[in-house]
Design a binder for this molecule. Structure first.
Ligand code: NAI
Length: 483
C-alpha cells in the first residue's frame, strides 16, 4: 500500500474569528511532522448562518462529517439574537458525541499559582454532552415564569460513565470521581449517580467515589492534584471544566474531544476571540492539543507523542504568544509560535491510522432502552396552574371539581408546599402546582387524567400537566419541599 492510501481523511472546519489563523498554524505543524491525514475542508459557522442555513452548516458539510466520522474544528460564532441555536452545541447533539473529554495538565513554561507552589495538575474531566438543561427545552409557563426541562436518562448516563471508565482503564488512570447534586435533585442527579456506581462495578481496579459539585469546586481549587478523572452532568461539567482551565493557565491551554460511537469532534474550549482576530496574536495551543487528542483517537500515538514533545520543549524554552509567558519577554505571533514547534520536532511518527475505510451509515436511528419495569401505575398527576389567588382559595375551587376517589394532596409554589400547610412568609409567584392522586391502588388512566384536565380547564388556566408514575411500586416523582 503506498503512503497516500494509508492517510486517514478527516473533515476540517476552520471556524470564525481566530479560527482560520490557529487552524492553519496547527495543520502546518501536522504537515511538517508528516502526520498521515488528508483534510476535507467543510463550510460551517457564521458565514453559513449569514447565507440563511439555520443549522450553520451546508448539507455537503453534514454529509462529509457523517461519511468521515471525524471533525476537527476551529471555534465558531453563533449570531446573537437571531433565534438560531449554537452550531457548536448542535454539532455535538446531532451527531451524538455523548462524552466531552477535556485534559488539564500543568505545562512547563506556563506559570500558574499551582506551578509556582510546586503542585502538579494532571486530570481529565468527562462531561456528559447531550442531556441536562442543554436540551434547550424551555417554556414561559406564565408571562412571569420560565421553565427549563432537564433530562437525565439512564442510557445516556450509562454511556458517559462507561466511556469515562474505559478511557481511565486505557490510560492507566487510578480513580474516577462522579460530581453531582444528588442531595437536592434526587431523581435527575440521583439517576446519574446510581448509574455511575453500576458501571464502576465492572472496573474493580479503579477507585470510584463521588463528590457533591459545590464541594468539588472548592476541593479542585484547594487540592487539584488529588483528582484523576472526574465525570459530571452537562451543565455542572461545563462550569467545572472552565474552572479547571483556569487552574492550568486559562482557555488558551484547554483542549477538548467530543466523543461518540460513530462521529467525534475535536476542538479547543475557547471561542472565536473577536477582539484579537486577524492580528495573528492568537495562541494555537488549545487547538493543537485538541488535534493531539484526535491523533491518539485515530491510533496515531507516535505522531502525537512527537508533536507533544515539541510543544513541551517550545513552552519550556520560554517561547510564548501574547496571552501567557514571562512578563516583558518577547511574545511570538501565531505563525512564529508554530515555527518554533516545527523546529523542535525530532522523532518522526510511524503508526498507520486505525481506520481508513469509509464508514457504513446506520440504517435507522438507534433507540436506547435499558430498563422496563414489570409494573407501571399512574397514581395521579401534577397540574401546573396559573393563578394569583391565595393558596386556600385555589384549593377550594380545585377541590370543588374533584370526584369520588380523587384527592388533592399538596399544593406548592416554586417547589415549596403552601397547602394544606405552609408558611405565611412563603412568597408565591402566579403559578402553582396542585398534586391530584387517585385512592385506587390500581391507579388511574391517561384518559381519566385528561378528562379531569378538561374539567379543571373550565376553572383555571392550565400551564402543564405531569403524570405521577410508580414503577414496580416505587414512587417516580419528588415530594414538595415541606410536604
Ligand atoms: P472567547 O473564548 O472567544 O474569548 C475570551 C477571551 O479569551 C478573549 O479576551 C480572547 O481574546 C481570549 N482568547 C480566547 N482564545 C484565545 C486564544 N486562542 N489565544 C489568545 N487569546 C484567546 O469567548 P467569548 O468572547 O465569550 O466568545 C466569542 C465568540 O466565540 C462567541 O460568538 C461565542 O459564541 C463563540 N464561542 C465558540 C465556541 C466554540 O466554537 N466551541 C466556544 C465558546 C465561545
Amino acid at each position: 500500500m503506498d503512503v497516500y492510501h494509508m492517510k486517514r481523511k478527516i473533515a476540517v472546519a476552520k471556524g470564525d474569528g481566530i479560527g482560520p489563523e490557529i487552524m492553519d498554524a496547527v495543520l502546518r505543524i501536522f504537515d511538517a511532522a508528516g502526520v498521515p491525514l488528508e483534510y476535507q475542508f467543510v463550510e460551517m459557522g457564521k458565514s453559513i448562518f449569514d447565507l440563511g442555513h439555520s443549522t450553520g452548516m451546508t448539507s455537503a458539510a453534514r454529509e462529509a462529517v457523517e461519511d468521515l466520522g471525524i471533525l476537527f474544528k476551529g471555534p465558531m460564532e453563533t449570531p446573537k439574537g437571531s433565534g438560531v441555536k449554537s452550531i457548536n452545541v448542535t454539532a455535538r447533539k446531532v451527531w451524538n458525541t455523548y462524552a466531552n473529554k477535556r485534559v488539564f495538565r500543568s505545562l512547563e513554561g506556563v506559570n500558574t499559582v499551582y506551578s509556582q507552589a510546586g503542585i502538579p495538575i494532571d486530570m481529565i474531566i468527562v462531561r456528559e454532552n447531550i442531556e441536562d438543561t442543554y436540551g434547550g427545552i424551555e417554556h414561559m409557563l406564565t408571562p412571569d415564569v420560565a421553565l427549563c426541562r432537564r433530562f437525565i436518562t439512564r442510557p445516556g448516563s450509562l454511556q458517559v460513565h462507561r466511556y469515562a471508565f474505559e478511557m481511565a482503564r486505557r490510560n492507566g488512570r487510578k480513580k474516577v470521581t462522579c460530581g453531582h447534586k444528588a442531595n437536592i435533585m434526587k431523581m435527575t442527579d440521583g439517576l446519574f449517580l446510581e448509574t455511575f456506581y453500576e458501571v464502576a462495578k465492572d472496573y474493580p481496579e479503579i477507585v470510584a467515589n463521588d463528590v457533591i459539585v459545590d464541594d468539588l469546586a472548592m476541593k479542585l481549587v484547594v487540592r487539584p492534584h488529588e483528582f484523576d478523572v472526574v465525570v459530571l452532568p452537562n451543565l455542572q461539567g461545563d462550569i467545572i471544566s472552565d474552572l479547571c482551565a483556569g487552574l492550568v493557565g486559562g482557555l488558551g491551554f484547554a483542549p477538548s474531544a467530543n466523543v461518540g460511537d460513530n462521529i467525534s469532534i475535536f476542538e479547543a474550549v475557547h471561542g472565536t476571540a473577536p477582539d484579537i482576530m486577524g492580528q495573528k496574536l492568537a495562541n494555537p495551543t488549545a487547538l493543537y492539543m485538541s488535534g493531539l487528542m484526535m491523533l491518539r483517537h485515530l491510533g496515531l500515538k507516535s505522531y502525537a507523542d512527537d508533536l507533544e514533545e515539541a510543544l513541551f520543549k517550545t513552552l519550556s524554552d520560554g517561547i510564548h504568544t501574547r496571552d501567557f509567558g514571562a512578563k516583558g519577554s518577547f511574545a511570538r505571533n501565531t505563525d512564529e509560535f508554530a515555527d518554533a514547534i516545527i523546529a523542535r520536532l525530532s522523532h518522526p511518527g510511524h503508526d498507520t491510522p486505525a481506520a481508513v475505510a469509509p464508514r457504513p451509515r446506520p440504517a435507522q436511528n438507534k433507540v436506547m432502552e435499558e430498563r422496563r419495569p414489570t409494573q407501571m401505575v399512574i397514581v395521579g398527576a401534577d397540574f401546573f396552574l396559573e393563578s394569583n389567588q391565595q393558596p386556600s382559595e385555589i384549593a377550594d375551587r380545585f377541590i370543588a371539581q374533584l370526584e369520588t376517589g380523587m384527592q388533592l394532596v399538596t399544593m406548592s409554589n416554586r417547589g415549596t408546599q403552601v397547602w394544606p400547610v405552609g408558611s405565611i412568609y412563603t412568597e408565591c409567584i402566579n403559578q402553582f402546582r396542585l398534586r391530584l392522586e387517585w385512592s385506587d391502588p390500581e391507579g388511574t388512566t391517561q384518559q381519566e387524567i385528561l378528562r379531569m384536565a378538561g374539567k379543571i380547564a373550565g376553572q383555571f388556566k392550565i400551564c402543564s400537566v405531569e403524570w405521577l408514575m410508580a414503577y414496580d411500586g416505587k414512587k417516580a416523582y419528588s415530594l414538595a419541599q415541606g410536604q
